[in-house]
Design a binder for this molecule. Structure first.
Ligand code: SAH
Ligand code: F3S
Length: 452
């Protein structure tokens, strides 16, 4: 049977989609190639959020074409995911050596299309149609962890698409309108993962707190998303629940309160703010003000003082002035994010922001990005150092990605902790004492040796 190699760009949703495609192909008898060279099928799962991410995947494909075709290798080369969806046939026109272009509602069709291509029945396939029910098709898991270890953590996709239409964002067009899976379907998938040894589940969606708003609705004062968390929480053997990303708009009291009564829901919130300026937030169509955002963080920290708060920020949105940027910097200092992903604004086709006047020059974007990066790095480093000497609960996920001789775990508030220890710790929830902190990572010593 053929071997497949999948390279993933972009977000956790893409990682999850790649894993589901790989699992689907493994179930058909494919093997997973350890590297591109020699693989019979090479798929690039793409991201369209910024132009740089698209260019990276296109350059990669050009290199792959050069390498495989020169050796007269008939490997099947394909794009899938967001760029495949937004560019479709255009990709094959530009790069005729590309065999497959698979859109975001077609991941479950990968196997059948590859059969046709590998058997030479078709020359190339572009499949980017909308498909009803595709949100429920990303079900299969590989349950592989770091290195040889079994997976301790898993992503579960609870919905697809986004209806918010932030003016800078291409996602509503690459992922389509919001569609959600049923609570029952999601719980069945989670239960299966726990039976395979998974201890922590991250629920994924573009705006998870919009989950089931129309289809399921509010019951006993609880939004559909909180009902879903409760249902997942009830699974025996599951230790931890995370979710990403909630949207600050419509983040209800019921979801804040959930942290106070559901012990498996860990103290972590990734809350994309995008800007600290109300004027820019409005132009972005985000649906909240800076004050509302700060209030929400305050409420979350009051509910759970250890709450780790992460965010996404865009610098250089059209019309962003020095004052607007200063407001973002000030917000970062005020909120003290535990983690912030900074994005340089990138014009995306057919988005309202792309044709707004006052596009910010690249030099200014670079300078603001560097200034904000220095600030958020300093805040993060400072916050991490405060943990030195403290005892924290971690879930040991597997060998450290940087040094396989050590282990890597995660605190409830989403900090990575490196520790010494053998494979018997993997999958365990244990207490460690923090001994050291770098700019991004904590180092710990097992505080209570759990010898089970
Ligand atoms: N649904 C997610 C966002 C998905 S896109 C959420 O709101 O949680 C991930 C991040 O990419 C966004 O939060 C934003 O910070 C960034 N992004 C999106 N479009 C962008 C653009 N045109 N230029 C730069 N960054 C962008
Ligand atoms: Fe994009 Fe805004 Fe939705 S950032 S994914 S349009 S919430």
């Amino acid at each position: 049977m053929p071997s497949v190699f999948i390279k993933t760009y972009g977000c956790q949703m893409n990682e999850r989609d790649s894993e589901a495609v790989a699992a689907q192909l493994v179930a058909k008898g494919y093997s997973l190639a350890p590297e591109e060279a020699g693989a019979d099928v090479i798929l690039l799962n793409t991201c369209s959020v910024r132009d740089a991410a698209e260019q990276k995947a296109i350059n990669k494909m050009e290199t792959l074409i050069g390498q495989t075709r020169k050796r007269n290798n008939r490997a099947v080369l394909g794009f899938m995911g967001c760029m495949a969806q937004s560019r479709g046939q255009e990709l094959v026109d530009q790069l005729p050596d590309v065999d497959l272009v698979l859109g975001t509602q077609k991941f479950h069709r990968a196997g059948e299309h590859l059969d046709e291509l590998l058997n030479g029945r078709r020359d190339s396939i572009v499949d980017t149609e909308a498909e009803a029910g595709s949100e429920g098709a990303i079900r299969e898991h590989l349950a592989l962890g770091n290195g040889e270890a079994r997976a301790v953590t898993a992503f579960v996709s609870i919905m697809q698409g986004c209806n918010q239409h932030c003016t800078f964002c291409i996602v509503p067009s690459t992922r389509g309108r919001e569609r959600c899976r049923s609570i029952e379907d999601i719980v069945t998938e989670c239960r299966g993962l726990v039976e395979q040894g998974v201890k922590e589940i991250t629920l994924l969606g573009q705006i998870v707190n919009s989950y089931g708003k129309r289809e399921i609705g509010v019951k006993d004062g609880k939004s559909a998303f909180v009902q879903l968390i409760e249902a997942v929480h009830a699974i025996d053997g599951l230790e931890r629940i995370r979710f990403t990303s909630p949207h600050p708009k419509g983040y209800g009291e019921d979801l804040v309160e959930a942290y106070t009564r559901l012990p498996k829901l860990v103290e972590n919130a990734h809350l994309p703010v995008q800007s600290g300026s109300d004027r820019v937030l409005k132009a972005m169509h985000r649906g909240y003000t800076r004050e509302r955002f700060s209030d929400l963080v305050g409420k979350l920290r009051a509910a759970a003082p250890e709450m780790g708060v992460g965010t996404d920020i865009i610098v250089g949105f059209p019309g962003e002035t020095d004052e607007d940027f200063a407001a973002t910097l000030e917000l970062c200092r005020e909120v003290e994010f535990d983690n912030a992903f900074l994005f340089k604004y990138s014009q995306r086709r057919d988005t309202p922001a792309a044709s707004m006047p006052d596009q910010v020059g690249q030099e200014i974007i670079e300078a603001r990005h560097a200034e904000l990066l220095a600030a958020v790095d300093e805040i993060r480093g400072h916050k991490l150092r405060k943990y030195i000497g403290q005892q924290m609960e971690i879930l040991v996920e597997g060998p450290s990605r940087r040094n396989a001789a050590r282990l890597e775990g995660r605190t409830r508030c989403n900090k990575i902790v490196i520790l010494e220890g053998g494979p018997r710790f993997i999958g365990q929830v244990m207490e460690v004492r923090i001994t050291e902190a770098s700019q991004t990572t904590l180092y710990g010593d097992p505080a209570i040796h759990n010898l089970n």
